[in-house]
Design a protein around this ligand. Sequence first.
Ligand code: URA
Length: 340
Amino acid sequence: MQERLQKILAKAGIASRREAEGFITAGRVAVNGMVAAELGTKADPEKDLITFDGKPVRCEERKVCILLYKPAGYMTTLKDPEGRPVVTDLLKEVPERVYPVGRLDYNTEGLLLLTNDGDLANRLMHPRHEVDKGYLVRVRGSVTPDQLRQLADGVLLDDGMTAPARSALVKESENNSWISLTIHEGRFRQVRRMCEVVGLSVVRLKRSRYGFLEIGAMKPGDYRLLTAAEVEQLRTDPSKPPRKLQGSVSKQDRQKLLPEEGRRAETAQRSGVITAFDRPLTGKGDRIPTRSTEKGTSIPKKITDERVGGVKESTAQRKTASGTIVRKSNAHMHNSKFKK
Ligand code: URA
């Protein structure tokens, strides 16, 4: 298939499209031995010999895995018959044809992986490799210890009992409560259905963790490429961070990095006021160390959930310990329903 040269170079991982345009106009790119210095030039990577600085361009698409903060109001598909926004609309600068690993509901926000690596996607989605997924759920009114316990023990949905989970009360306000829920299954609308069964009305749902990956301080619409070490770790054991990341952030820095919700959760846990239920997960996930508070309950020593929601931002790139985060101008990403 004929494609513009800058797209071919970008897909091959040589440069961004914009940089590639510079290389083309500088006469550094040739097609079948002829310098192609015009920007509109197209070539067929399967039939033509494309060279950059005299060296053949390997046209095989590089494998990438992207961590996106999916905003609410986006479909986790490549196209929507009803014309609603889709997650790949947020990745226009990514030349690779990535597709989502699993799905988040239209109204769910948070951590979503997208990749063009079929083997990685299959591994992550295979029931044998069930990955722990952490959610922050804002519900109407207050939450009782019994409701938390039911969520952790498992509830009966129309497609069977849910597996043991971890649940905790993170924060309460006058009208709402935030709970965290960690599950390793990936059934359709599972968290919403679990909450409904125990009588909780979900106002907002955010996935904050996928295996060892956390959304941290990213905002709706932000995304970043996973590092090679992170991808390798996802392949081998998604429950543990890659070695290089383990213990790399000091306790002091972590407090600074943790947005408000997480800080409050940690403080509340230290003072023992938070209620949490920690049931053994049957999957391979990492276990949050717990300490007992009263009979039948335990509280996690650490919760790494983070601030919920976002603010308007303009397009920018920000280097962080975990890579370059691409930040979009995201005025369009804020569904008023999700504002406090
Ligand atoms: N559970 C849900 O109910 N919805 C999601 O999008 C993800 C998990």
